[in-house]
Design a protein around this ligand. Sequence first.
Ligand code: ZN
Length: 279
Amino acid sequence: MLEWTIGFACSLTIAALAYAKRSLTGTGAAAAVIIGTIMFALGSLVWFGTLIAFFVSSTALTKWKQKVKAKHESVYEKGARRDAGQVAANGGLAVLLCAADYLWPHPYWFAVFLGAMATVNADTWATEIGGLSKRLPRSILTWKQVPKGTSGGVSLLGSGAVVFGGLFIGAAAWLLQEFAAGTRVGAGEVAAAERIAALPMFTLSLVGGFIGAMTDSIIGAKWQVMYRCAVCAREVEHEWHCSESALLIRGLPWLHNDAVNFLSSAVGGLASLAILQLI
Ligand SMILES: [Zn+2]
């Protein structure tokens, strides 16, 4: 019961701060409290903290970028406030893996979680930092230049952000793991046999995050639904732009940005699991 109480108190504090800072919508904050509480209670400080490391770093980057380049914001499907759909796309898989590890403890679950978190973090860093590139991004499929903010657009700066965004998750997970093991604080389910050494932890997050983020770009360019605004003629991810409904121009109608994020984080997680098997 203590884990549930601590988990709830920590999640509520973080979600309330994010809501007050306008980083989460009301439904987004509610989803974050549910996901955070379960992660702490069923997982440990490591599971919970790794998720929080992603959330805090990506939220801070989004806020910072908002100030730098507000003019490109309307291309994205949603603003800087994450709603329940986005929180679930990023945290839903994490909760499932954490619950699976609670029921059937095995290092495989954490490896998949690490790759999935590295993917969403790398992807967010790439979007926010890559968007600052002075050059236009190129389509990962055709290698032609595309407008900034286009799904599937990649840049050198964005690719660098992918590498560091993935590594950041590995570093956070490793530090949390060592802290929990050393102090016995929030050690939860982290048995000695489940600990992952520094080098594999960094490798899993780097490779998992890279493959996941590239998958995101490919799915985004090839199958994500895109619309053209009837008013400003821009290619947009949302069917509603400039207060008018936009025209569907390509992609699968059900494959929105949240679904693309979910799929690519699953691929990143499986890539991370494959690396764990290889090393
Ligand atoms: Zn428009």
